[in-house]
Design a protein. Structure first.
Lengths: 176, 571
């Protein structure tokens, strides 16, 4: 059952603010669509530059807004929600591929998905917000302003978070 | 690190970056300086796929932009769906505002688009439409093709015959464009899409001419690939004067990379490139792929000539000749090792390639390379009871010998005792044809040896053809040590096996047998296998063939016996 548009938006807003119940309720609504789209992209083994999560999220977004009965008042909430989901889907995919002995799909040449995921878990211990910022920016393709909006912070703070988080992740992955 | 500490550092890094002079701001704060340095290195890393307000929008009332396929200095490439033909996918390239800012540029864009639209070739992506959006941005429309790029394909060794076909087809496409007076201007593996046609992959060139509007050198800096376009550009092109022969040059660098797994000019930066280009490649290709014969290397060397007038135009003829030359060599080769070496020893080989590029091997330009070897060329026997010279060997370094003819000793062998106070070598010069044949078909080298003090052994060294294969025996306190040497610099290292000291009058049988399939040798000594995977070493190259040697290692004088030795080219 698809909830009413207002309800879904509300769920997404609450999920974004860290309400685990809202997250769990909203998840199945978006997850299947997103996973299908991601799986199709992986199956077709398009070249790596096409495997941009942003493109996937956009496809999911376009698909959802065309679904009758679903409407989003806020694209930002949808994207911030999806960014976290996207990370999860891609990591699941990469793990499965690894188990099957196939090369894990990478989103870009220089950033192996599983390594990045592990590093993000470490970063989350230092700063949960920075971890969210990376998810939204890298997996969700959101702008600094959009992230600031979603997290109720100033753009300056988010920008600092993003630069520091990227630097930290880079150092962390380089030193491995 | 604690969360509090990291929050503090986040703030400090932010302040430093916002100050405009981060290093000055940091002063003597080492931790902050380190962060700033890492920040700078990571600037283009984890590139945020920035949100684009155009996504979801509809262009010309017909093409809905679904997602971003890529972005470069010139513009952004979108995947779009054609609302009028459901299911049809389209690629939209939207150029940045500044390209459309000036009238002359808009005119140039329109002129070139008109010509490009006329190109009709399976190896060139077609231009469906070009024009201006409602808000004045220049755009190009192209069909969407499933496929991987040549860059993706090159992550693994490419079958040689397949590479030959791709080179031929790419050459045809380039010539087609040249006949219409269009240059590609940015040929590189990223711009070659491999599209399935009749069940097989064929190259399709992307980003022709204007699609690559503006200055490609600048454009390439914004892409994520470490090897930017510059490494595929001809010298005159780097100077801003591309001509048809520049596309040929790029094709030759791509062909080289497909066939060897390496770039012909491995420079640390684009600034180091011109010097390498000026020096040319010499016979480096032949040294990397001797199995492909001389013609392919010569063609590539001409195509990579610094002077565009000396390159073998047109592209189609060059590519077809190169493909023929490759295919003519009947190909049964495992490139895996070449690839492995490239990964692990990139630095070493880059240096090596520079040296090789300068030293042209005139002796290899043999016309009769296809004629089979005669038995005399195939088997080189060294009779231990005759002098070095009488066996056709040359005394290369300090080495003295005496024949072993003491009565009463078992003389199932004919041997000579050698002496040296440094190192002595006697070598048999091989022709290029013999060397090529040896590494194409395999070879075997057998000897009888007995160390007294120092090392004695046999070597096969072909300077540039292959690593040097070097097998020695040395007397140690509890027996004799056999060593297949893998490294000479900073101490002798190798794969070793300890054998019992042979009884008086006995010699140890040594054998190396090289298999082209694995590009390594099986090494045996005294009837035991020392290693079945000996791939030689790269140091101290000398242009000799099979050689006998004796050398001091820990002692002041070397003394050892070498008996009958045979070098045989198999096949």
């Amino acid at each position: 059952m698809r909830p009413e548009a207002a309800t879904l938006t509300d769920l997404l807003v609450r999920a974004q603010r860290g309400d685990p119940q809202a997250w769990n309720e909203a998840l199945p609504i978006v997850y299947d669509d997103l996973k299908q789209i991601a799986a199709a992209h992986f199956r077709q083994e398009r070249s790596s530059h096409i495997l941009q999560p942003t493109a996937l999220v956009h496809e999911a977004w376009l698909k959802l807004i065309r679904t009758p009965g679903i409407g989003f008042q806020s694209r930002i909430h949808f994207f911030s929600f999806c960014s976290r989901l996207m990370r999860q889907i891609l990591v699941d995919q990469a793990r499965r591929r690894k188990l099957e002995g196939q090369p894990a799909p990478a989103l870009s040449d220089s950033v192996p998905t599983l390594d990045l995921d592990e590093a993000l878990l470490e970063l989350e211990k230092l700063s949960p917000r920075q971890c969210r910022v990376v998810e939204m920016r890298y997996f969700g393709g959101m702008s600094i302003e959009e992230i600031a909006d979603a997290l109720d912070c100033s753009s300056r703070t988010i920008k600092r978070d993003w630069l520091a988080a990227r630097t930290w992740l880079y150092q962390h992955l380089q030193s491995r | 690190m604690t969360p509090e500490r990291w929050r503090y550092l986040t703030g400090r890094l932010g302040e430093a970056l916002e100050s405009g002079d981060p290093v000055g701001f940091a002063g003597g704060d080492g931790e902050l300086l380190e962060l700033i340095q890492a920040y700078r290195q990571s600037e283009n890393w984890l590139a945020p796929p920035t949100a684009d307000e155009r996504l979801g929008a509809t262009l010309l009332g017909r093409y809905q932009l679904l997602g971003t396929l890529g972005r470069g200095g010139a513009g952004v490439v979108y995947l779009a769906t054609d609302l009028q033909i459901p299911g049809r996918r389209i690629v939209v390239k939207l150029l940045h505002d500044f390209w459309g800012g000036q009238d002359w540029m808009r005119k140039k864009f329109r002129d070139e688009a008109a010509i490009l639209a006329k190109l009709d070739h399976p190896g060139i992506i077609s231009l469906l439409d070009a024009g201006e959006t409602e808000d004045g941005r220049l755009f190009l429309l192209m069909p969407y093709h499933e496929g991987r790029t040549l860059r993706d394909a090159m992550a693994q060794p490419i079958d040689t015959l397949l590479a030959a076909r791709w080179i031929r087809e790419a050459g045809e496409a380039i010539s087609h464009a040249h006949q219409h007076r269009i240059l590609h201007r940015d040929l590189k593996p990223e711009n070659v899409l491999l599209v399935k046609r009749n069940g097989a992959e064929s190259p399709m060139l992307l980003d022709f001419g204007i699609a690559q509007f503006g200055d490609p050198v600048t454009a390439s800096r914004t892409t994520t690939h470490l090897m930017g376009s510059a490494f595929y550009m001809a010298p005159e092109h780097l100077l801003g004067r591309p001509e048809p022969a520049s596309d040929l040059y790029s094709l030759a660098t791509i062909a080289w990379e497909m066939l060897t797994g390496r770039h012909p000019f491995e420079a640390d930066s684009p600034f180091a490139l011109p010097e390498l280009q000026r020096n040319g490649v010499g016979d480096a290709f032949f040294r990397l792929r001797p199995d492909l014969g001389l013609a392919a290397g010569r063609l590539l060397s001409r195509a990579l000539d610094v002077d565009p007038k000396r390159r073998p135009m047109p592209a189609e003829a060059f590519a077809s000749e190169l493909a023929d030359a490759i295919a003519a060599q009947g190909v049964d080769l495992r490139l895996a090792r070449l690839w492995a070496v490239r990964r692990t020893r990139r630095g070493v080989l880059a240096g090596g390639a520079l040296i090789l590029a300068g030293a042209a091997g005139g002796g290899w330009l043999l016309r009769d390379r296809l004629k089979p070897l005669t038995p005399e060329e195939r088997v080189i026997h060294y009779d231990g009871a005759r002098s070095v010279e009488a066996n056709g060997y040359r005394r290369m370094l300090d080495m003295y010998g005496e024949f072993l003819s003491e009565p009463g000793r078992p003389t199932g062998y004919r041997a000579c005792r050698f002496f040296s106070k440094t190192q002595g070598v006697a070598a048999y010069p091989l022709t290029g044809r013999q060397k090529r044949s040896a590494f194409r078909n395999g070879w075997r080298m057998r000897a009888l040896a007995r160390p007294e003090t120092g090392l004695v052994g046999v070597i096969l060294d072909t300077a540039g053809f292959a690593p040097r294969f070097d097998l020695s025996v040395e007397k140690v306190p509890n027996g004799i040590e056999v060593m297949a040497v893998t490294q000479i610099e900073r101490g002798l290292k190798g794969i070793t096996l300890l054998l019992d000291t042979p009884r008086d009058g006995q010699l140890v049988e040594l054998e190396m047998q090289y298999r082209p399939s694995s590009q390594s040798a099986v090494v045996r000594a005294g009837g035991q296998v020392v290693t079945d995977n000996y791939s030689g070493h790269l140091e101290y190259r000398q242009d000799v063939g099979p050689a006998l040697f004796i050398s001091i290692h820990r002692e002041a004088q070397a003394r050892g016996i070498l008996g009958d030795t045979q070098f045989e080219i198999l096949g």
